[in-house]
Write a protein that binds this ligand. Structure first.
Ligand code: ADP
Ligand code: GLC
Length: 502
């Protein structure tokens, strides 16, 4: 391929992900996958998505087959490729979606990764190897559906095998980049799988996909991709240290020349208090009356006492140790000595779920808990609450602090990862120069979190300063425009670097 034709416009990007809102979502990756490709398309990139055809996906994208049945891995049945469009895309941008149909791997009740009992699907290694192999077929030989991407953008361990498959294909064409959304999940599997994956044993070693005797899908991606991305600059630095590296810090430090942090944006049309259809009243920075209406509704929905003057502290999250849920639980009794209410929406660790339910029973009218996943309630909480808690032990980016600022709900965050990069602590100085947007504390321990919360409650009592911080957060620009431009630049340099070597 000539260099000129390789980097001709438009740049073609295949964005491969295991979850995409509204088709499948368990967390922030689903949000990012749905909006970043749209934002890239608005910059003139031919960005398309590739996902597994989980149950119902083909109907939702109004998909039609663009291939016959074809085989991807030895000893595994055939798959078929469908094409459709992403529902609810950004206005004016219809993102094409390819879905890999393989009913015995994807068409089942339950989530993308877990069954209905919360256990990992036992065949996850195969489910995501198939997705990765199909992505690699797009980037090698003559492509699929008559389309070959310049860049395949992989996300997390579920797509980590893409760069390896490309590296072992004689006609590889595409460059690959991989985004780390969470280093804690690595996709480590038994080496017995090697023959099924169709990869040579030569890549199962320290300089390859082996990690402590296992096949690591994430390490595979990091090792073989042209570029490694993560979702904030702070997290890009942190993951090169033992505290945050989950054993991969050495590799990441060695790779720092091809590691970049770009802060996620948010979907400012879906998360917009002045148009959000999940709210009972819309509002904006110039008139916050609607926010109070949402607080009233939230108190009704969560069975809290109808006391509009009390601050509501909120938590919407996966209930895991990463999110510091145990820290919040540990200080609840002390915190509830203050005049305030607490709402929690989340699911995850059974022990945390139980502890929250017990607290709700002990403090009726003051603690409201909803266990489960509820997109609409998450929006109402952002609008109706006053403070949003994110005391994460680590947080690659975090989206809820940005949603909170946009909804005039002040975030309380630990200074880590994307939280450190997006929230400006309230101090006398930041209040004076008008840059304050929330409350930040340093270390993940109970006393620092409590002190920070008490500081936040103190400011709640000063309505003039509170309004100022609310207003500044609501005016911050968290849209994807700036970050998408950085991705585009990175794709361009990656493609040029590859092809200038030819
Ligand atoms: P993570 O991806 O680590 O879970 P993020 O802050 O990046 O954290 O994104 C979490 C996303 O998932 C947000 O859109 C948040 O509103 C949503 N979310 C988390 N838990 C729930 C829940 N129980 N119900 C509804 N939405 C949830
Ligand atoms: C992960 C991270 C979260 C990030 C999200 C999207 O789930 O835990 O911090 O915001 O991915 O990148």
């Amino acid at each position: 391929m000539e260099r000129e034709s390789m980097i001709e416009k438009p740049l073609r990007v295949l964005y491969v992900a295991s979850e995409v809102y509204p088709l499948a979502k368990t967390g922030g990756l689903g949000d990012v996958s749905s909006v970043l490709p749209s934002a890239l398309r608005q910059l003139g990139v031919d960005a398309r998505l590739l996902i597994p055809a989980y149950r119902g996906v083909i109907a939702q994208i109004q998909g039609y087959p663009v291939s016959g049945l074809f085989s991807v891995l030895p000893s595994l049945g055939p798959v078929q490729l469908f094409r459709g469009v992403l529902p609810e895309a950004l206005p004016g941008s219809l993102t094409p979606v390819y879905a890999v149909e393989c009913p015995f791997l994807y068409d089942r009740l339950g989530g993308p990764y877990l069954d209905s009992y919360g256990q990992d699907w036992p065949d996850n290694a195969l489910r995501f190897a198939v997705l990765s192999k199909v992505a690699a077929l797009f980037g090698s030989g003559s492509g699929l559906d008559g389309w070959q991407p310049h860049i395949i953008h992989c996300n997390d361990w579920q797509t980590g095998l893409v760069p390896v498959y490309l590296a072992h294909h004689p006609e590889a064409y595409s460059c690959s980049v991989i985004s780390i959304h969470n280093l804690a999940f690595q996709g480590n599997f038994s080496p017995d799988l090697m023959p099924v994956l169709g990869l040579p044993w030569s890549c199962f070693n320290y300089h390859g996909i082996e990690f402590y005797g296992c096949i690591s899908y994430l390490k595979a991606g990091l090792y073989y991709a042209d570029k490694i991305l993560t979702v904030s600059q702070s997290y890009a630095r942190e993951i090169q240290t033992p505290e945050f590296g989950f054993g991969l810090e050495g590799l990441l430090a060695d790779c720092r020349g091809r590691l970049t942090g770009i802060l996620n944006g948010i979907d400012v049309s879906r998360w917009n208090p002045s148009t959000d259809p999940y709210l009972v009243a819309n509002y904006d920075a110039s008139n916050l009356c609607g926010k109070l209406e949402n607080k009233r509704e939230l108190q009704v929905r969560m069975r809290l006492d109808p006391e509009l003057d009390l601050p509501i502290l909120a938590l919407v999250t996966r209930l895991t140790e990463q999110k510091g849920v145990d820290l919040v639980l540990s200080l609840m009794v002390e915190l509830l000595e203050q005049p305030l209410q607490v709402v929690v929406l989340g699911s995850g660790d059974k022990n945390y779920q139980l502890q929250w339910k017990v607290l709700a029973a002990q403090y009726p009218g003051r603690v409201g808990v909803a266990i489960g996943y509820d997109e609409g309630l998450a929006h109402l909480i952002e609008a109706g609450a006053d403070l949003f808690l994110m005391p994460s032990r680590f947080e690659p980016c975090g989206l809820n602090q940005m949603y909170s600022m946009r909804y005039g709900t002040l975030p309380v965050v630990r200074r880590t990862g994307g939280l450190a990069d997006s929230v400006v602590d309230v101090t006398p100085r930041s209040l004076l120069d008008g840059t304050a947007t929330g409350f930040v504390f340093e270390n993940a321990n109970r006393s620092e979190l409590l002190a920070c919360l008490l500081r936040a409650l103190l400011l709640y009592g000063n309505s003039r300063d509170w309004r100022q911080v609310q207003s500044h957060g609501m005016h911050c620009d968290f849209s994807w425009a700036a970050s998408a431009a950085l991705y585009l630049e990175l794709y361009r340099t990656t493609v040029s670097a590859r092809w200038s070597l030819v």
